[in-house]
Design a protein around this ligand. Structure first.
Ligand SMILES: C[S@@+](CC[C@H](N)C(=O)[O-])C[C@H]1O[C@@H](n2cnc3c(N)ncnc32)[C@H](O)[C@@H]1O
Length: 246
């Protein structure tokens, strides 16, 4: 098995356990309303969510608020987890639009689908699959959002290429992610606990900008979202990454 496959399997196992509620220690414990408010969700947004979506949230920002999603658009959420951002985007796109959540962990896809059903949402769909091989057609999406997921991928170049492929011309990226203050060492990258907790898999802001530009994105911007204690202790900071496909 390649190192990349090992990382992916470890990430999948961790988030599968989290979805089954048996691993709240390693990959982000259960979230509460205060966590969501501190990540930029409004009280009004939080009120729309079932408790089962709140506890499963594991993001580092609020891409739905940052992404300026419009009525009628097709939105894709990479690594949708318990579905929080898909549920919120559903209202923004309305019945003429569609929101697709993609996650490689089947327990998360099940959780997210249950949450959408609780809210009776008709315009959302959750797919099982990997962000390195997005199961969608070329030029089929208006906005790609993602919340604390790309830092977990062992092949970011492939993720960037896939995002570019499935976006329509003028399509936008609205990503909240962990960004490294400086490149992590080989040893840190090999530490699966650090990787799975959205730390040592992160790339620097410059690597993010260059990586997205290399595959064709323009207007690339990496903007820090907050400066908390995690800044100095974990070597990463939360950022909003935006870009356009020309
Ligand atoms: C930190 S959680 C974030 C979940 C969600 N975005 C949120 O804000 O609550 C990471 C999620 O990404 C998924 N994931 C990680 N790597 C992935 C990959 N390569 N392809 C698809 N999903 C992935 C995990 O299964 C997990 O559900």
């Amino acid at each position: 098995m390649t190192q990349e496959q090992t990382i992916k399997n470890t990430v999948r196992d961790r988030y599968g356990a989290r979805a089954r509620n048996s691993d709240t220690a390693n990959c982000c414990g259960q979230s509460n309303v205060d966590d969501l408010l501190s990540h930029g969700y409004s009280r009004e947004e939080v009120r729309q969510l079932p408790e089962s979506a709140i506890v499963m949230a594991a993001g580092c920002g609020n891409p739905t608020a940052l992404g300026m999603i419009r009525t009628g658009e097709t939105v894709l959420d990479l690594g949708s987890g318990g579905g929080i951002d898909v549920l919120l985007a559903s209202k923004r796109v309305g019945m003429q639009g569609k929101v697709i959540g993609l996650d490689m962990t089947k327990e998360m896809v099940q959780r997210a689908s249950d949450n959408a059903q609780k809210l009776g949402l008709q315009n959302v769909e959750f797919k099982l699959g990997e962000i390195e091989e997005i199961p969608l057609e070329d030029d089929s999406v208006d906005v790609i959002m993602s919340n604390c997921v790309i830092c977990l991928s062992p092949d970011k170049k492939r993720v960037f290429q896939e995002m570019f492929r499935v976006l329509r011309s003028n399509g936008r990226l609205a990503i909240a992610d962990e960004v490294a203050l400086k490149p992590f060492s080989k040893e840190e990258k090999a530490n699966s606990d650090k990787w799975c907790s959205c730390s040592s898999g992160a790339i620097t802001g410059l690597e993010y900008v260059r990586g997205l530009e290399e595959v064709g994105f323009t207007d690339v911007l990496v903007k820090p979202l907050q400066q908390g204690d995690g800044y100095s202790t974990s070597g990463v900071f939360s950022a909003f990454v935006s870009a356009t496909k020309p």
